[in-house]
Design a protein around this ligand. Sequence first.
Ligand code: DHB
Ligand code: FE
Length: 283
Amino acid sequence: MARITASVFTSHVPAIGAALDLGKTGEPYWQPVFQGYDFSKQWMKDNKPDVIFLVFNDHATAFSLEMIPTFAIGTAAEYQPADEGWGPRPVPKVVGHPELASHIAQSVIQQDFDLTIVNKMDVDHGLTVPLSLMCGQPQEWPCPVIPFAVNVVQYPVPSGRRCLNLGKAIRRAVESFDQDLNVHIWGTGGMSHQLQGPRAGLINREFDNAFLDRMIDDPESQAAVPHIDYVREAGSEGIELVMWLIARGAMADLAGGPKPTVKHRFYHVPASNTAVGHLILEN
Ligand code: DHB
Ligand code: FE
C-alpha cells in the first residue's frame, strides 16, 4: 500500500528561482533565504520519497481566463518548465506518475470532489521553485511528481474547509493504491504578499506566524477562516496559503492518528515582495 509519510510547505517566490538560476544564492540579500532550506535539502536526501504530490497554483501560465479549473490533477508522463516571459527556467523536466495520478483522480472524484484531468501542461514557478528550494540544482528531480493545480488567481477560490477535506480524500486515495510507495505531499504558495494596488508590498508577520502555528497544531480551526480574512490580513496574493490546507489535510492526525512531528520551521522577510515560510511535518 502507498502511504503519505510527510508534508512539506513552502513559498514559491519566482525571484528565488531567478536567484538560483543566475548564481546569486550567496549574495547577502539571498543568503538568509537559502540558508533556511539547508536542512531541507539534506532531509530530502535522507528521506527520499518515491513520489511527490505537489499542490501549487498556476499563475495564468498553463491556464488563462479562458479556462479556470478549481482543482486540476496532472496525469501526464511529463511536464515541461513553462516560459513565463523570460524563457523556461533551466531546470529538469518534471516526470509524472500517471498510474498513481489516475488512481487518485478515480478515488477523489468518487469521493465527490470534481477534479479536472490534465494530460498536457507546462509548469510555472509555482511548481518549479519549491522543487528547486528542496532539491537544489540536480540534473534530474529526485522522483516523479504529480502536479495538482488549485485556482487561487481568479475569484471564486475554494474555501479552506474544502481544501482540508480534499486533503483527507487524497490521503484515502493514496492509501488505497496497491503499490508500496512512499509519498510526500507538498503545499506551496504564500506567505503574506500583495503584488498590486495601494497595498502592494504588504507583509504581515503576525498573521504568517499564527498561520504556521495553526498549521502545526490546529489545522481544523485554520480551515474555518474565510478567504476574505486572508485577503485582508495577508494581502491579495496571501490567499495562496489556502493551498497549504490540502497538504495538511492529508496528514495522519486528521484521520485519527498521532500529531505530526515538526522537523523544520523557517520564516524570513523579505524575498522579493513576500514573506517566505516553510515547514516540514512527518507522520
Ligand atoms: C511574487 C510572489 C508570487 O507568489 C508570485 O506568484 C509572483 C511574484 C513576488 O514576490 O514578487
Ligand atoms: Fe504566486
